[in-house]
Design a protein around this ligand. Structure first.
Ligand code: AN0
Ligand code: CP
Length: 321
């Protein structure tokens, strides 16, 4: 593995889950792998979990870590080639990437979708430049279209809490005041399709996810019907992926509060566990009582971000050095 973006990059999921369980038992087992190596974590956007869990994972592996918040203290970066740089951007990504790469062995990048230019987002324009011009192994810490470290942590969490061989897992859209990326639902759909689960997606019309990620997964537009008999409810807001109408890309098409996951929704499930990647807006996405209930997995799910990141960084070290 040289890049980590899609589920295919991690190979066999059962092997990856076994490695996750092994690392959870002894998170320092592979401490020698990172000796005298440096991971650079570059943030173009805010983060709490990814910032902390990926640093912890790197340290589990004996790596040195450098964290760069591009928007705090670095030069403003131009990302488009060919522009006359007479504005407020002092440096071009094409110089910045090889310079940053010269100080490290692995690079993690957080760069959200712009949600304006679908083509730029869905070709992972920024992340691809890091892959092309750094010459180093690059992993997504949520990029324009995918959040694979989150989806891997979600899969680990489902594996730990499932009580049947093939649980029913429902990904549900929920309302949010701001326009959010599709990265989390995209990766969750991609990873659930690769896993041995009965996977159903539910959202209002116009929120259809890109077939690249959702494939031919079952879509049920009636949220209550989708929830029936579910073992896991995974809530997330996303803006329109612009699949059915390209002009809708990145737009908020619905703020329908009847989609907020509350006790009435959970009552039709098979006593389902509730999941969300966090950060979550209470009483928009999920009611207080559901997120605080004993069936809520949001905290162990976030804790598993350390485990998914440790497995991924371990693989990158083993496969490239
Ligand atoms: C981001 C998103 O929806 O992609 C990050 C989630 C991990 N969420 C927000 O910006 C609120
Ligand atoms: N779930 C997640 O990636 O959270 P952060 O945005 O806080 O990193």
């Amino acid at each position: 593995m040289k890049t980590f973006l899609h589920v295919a990059d991690i190979g066999d999921l059962q092997t990856a889950l076994n490695e996750a369980a092994e690392i959870k038992q002894d998170r320092y087992k592979y401490e020698h792998l990172g000796h005298h190596k440096t991971a650079l974590l570059i943030f173009f956007n805010n983060s709490l979990r990814t910032r902390l869990s990926t640093q912890k994972a790197a340290r589990n592996l004996g790596l040195d870590v450098i964290v760069l918040d591009v928007n705090q203290g670095a030069w403003k970066l131009e990302t488009e080639r060919g522009v006359i740089m007479d504005g407020d951007k002092s440096e071009h990504l094409l110089e910045a990437i090889p310079v940053m790469a010269s100080y490290c062995d692995l690079i993690g990048v957080r760069t959200f979708a712009g949600l304006v230019d679908r083509e730029a987002d869905y070709t992972e324009k920024i992340l691809r430049q890091f892959i092309e011009y750094s010459g180093k192994p690059v992993f997504s810490m949520e990029s324009a279209t995918a959040h694979p470290l989150q989806a891997f942590a979600d899969l680990i969490t489902i594996e730990e809490h499932r009580t049947k061989a093939r649980p029913k897992v429902v990904l549900t859209w929920a309302p949010h005041p701001r326009s959010l990326p599709q990265a989390v639902p995209n990766s969750f759909a991609e990873w659930m399709r690769a896993a041995d689960v009965d996977f159903v997606v539910t959202h209002p019309h116009g929120y259809e996810l890109d077939p690249l990620f959702v494939g031919d997964a079952k879509v049920e537009y009636d949220q209550f019907k989708a929830f029936e008999g579910a073992d896991f409810i995974y809530a997330k807001n996303w803006s329109s992926p612009g699949v059915t109408n390209p002009a809708d890309y990145g737009q908020i098409l619905s703020k329908d509060m009847s989609w907020t996951v509350d006790a009435a929704h959970m009552a039709v499930t098979n006593n389902a566990c509730f999941m969300h990647c966090l950060p979550v807006r209470r009483n928009m996405i999920v009611s207080d009582d559901v997120i605080e209930s004993e069936r809520s997995l949001v905290i162990p799910e976030a804790a598993n971000r350390e485990i998914s990141a440790t497995v991924v960084l371990k693989r990158l070290l083993q496969d490239n050095f």
